[in-house]
Design a protein around this ligand. Structure first.
Ligand SMILES: [Zn+2]
Length: 84
């Protein structure tokens, strides 16, 4: 994944397994529900895999086979929302 794409995507952040808090960037509330679900799953997968290794994407594939479409939509929306 390109660095720019990941920067846009990682608008969410896990505070860590100690607190179990997941912080979502406020602009995400404007995104469709399936895109938000994808971001949450992305962050949850980072609990197990801390980088974007092939194992990370395998994990995403297992839990959300259509994640690529959701991510593509989110990337498009990010451009529109963040540049508004
Ligand atoms: Zn990530």
């Amino acid at each position: 994944m390109a660095a720019g794409a990941h920067r846009r995507l990682c608008v969410s952040r896990l505070a860590g397994p100690v607190t179990g808090k997941l912080t979502l960037n406020p602009w995400l509330v404007k995104a469709p529900r399936d895109c938000i679900d994808y971001v949450i799953l992305h962050e949850l997968c980072h609990l197990k895999e801390h980088n974007h290794s092939p194992r990370f994407f395998k994990l995403l594939d297992r839990h959300m086979p259509a994640w690529r479409q959701r991510k593509a939509r989110l990337d498009e929306l990010a451009e529109i929302i963040l540049n508004a």
